[in-house]
Design a binder for this molecule. Sequence first.
Ligand SMILES: NC(=O)c1ccc[n+]([C@@H]2O[C@H](COP(=O)([O-])OP(=O)(O)OC[C@H]3O[C@@H](n4cnc5c(N)ncnc54)[C@H](OP(=O)(O)O)[C@@H]3O)[C@@H](O)[C@H]2O)c1
Length: 308
Amino acid sequence: MSLWPGARIPNLSGQTVVVTGANSGVGYFAAMEFARAGAEVVLACRSAERGGTALAGIESVAPGRARLEMLDLSDLSSVHEFAARLKTRCSKIDILLNNAGVMAPPARQTTAQGFELQFGVNFLGHFLLTALLLEPLMNAEAPRIIQVSSVAHRQGVMAWEDLQSVRRYHAWSAYRQSKLAMLIFAQELGRQAEKGGWGLLSLAAHPGIAATELVANGPGRNSMIARLQKIGAPFVQQSGDAGAWPLILAAVDPAARQGGYFGPQGWFEFRGVPGTAKIEPRAMDLVAARKLWETAEQLTGVPLKLAP
Ligand SMILES: NC(=O)c1ccc[n+]([C@@H]2O[C@H](COP(=O)([O-])OP(=O)(O)OC[C@H]3O[C@@H](n4cnc5c(N)ncnc54)[C@H](OP(=O)(O)O)[C@@H]3O)[C@@H](O)[C@H]2O)c1
């Protein structure tokens, strides 16, 4: 992977980085770079086979730096098991990259606990993971949590009366809502961290439009969006590794500030070198933030707060 012009990833030796959805797309490229920079990288994946292939790929360039741990964000018990295992194996976590995601499956699907799949995997699973890993994160010197959002958050609306799309399922609205939720969450986590003096940076990032498995895994290889993507690719899309740059920048930029949001700098933030991305004002809404936080605590059954 060639990084953006002039970029340098600092030496990450001694740091532990957890990447969800690390077997594919931007998560894989980010994990690869963290491992290459010397970090101990936990690949949090739901498939032993796909995770094993990714591990082998990373091993071939950064031997002994990564390991695979099973995590299925569509099942809250898997999130609990993963966090419990990790806490016995890592005394501290420096960087948590909440990257895994699913986009716009044509028919409504649900998680093990009955939540709409995109709200459940993209947001709720990561909310719970963050809550459960707060303790080892607080053991790190300068911990960072990065939520992966999307340009799609700009059209996102929180459907408070039907968050789980029970009454009406629209694949893209549900995706946009989940990505808006990730950004609202990143902002509120930052505010809570500041208020409580946690010494933790809460950030967000998006990959622009990157060539990954996201369309194939969601709408499908023969979908309209897949066809449009093929036509538009030369103009708007960037490679999967370039899509990982903003996520990596959020993880390592010494100039990052609380609540910072990173994305590509080109036209509409679709591609380009990474830098500061535009946050839609409704992602900064304080009332929505509290409502989302309380809803997530209620649905996951776990409060997100520091142990007394
Ligand atoms: N590519 C883009 O243009 C784009 C644009 C904006 C935002 N994003 C965001 O970037 C993130 C990464 O997506 P990508 O583009 O790299 O797509 P991708 O290649 O499909 O990668 C998604 C990753 O998430 C994992 N995942 C899905 N459901 C999971 C679950 N229940 N539990 C654990 N892991 C799960 C996938 O695992 P499996 O391989 O097992 O399915 C895969 O590793 C997503 O949050 C996406 O919304 C991407």
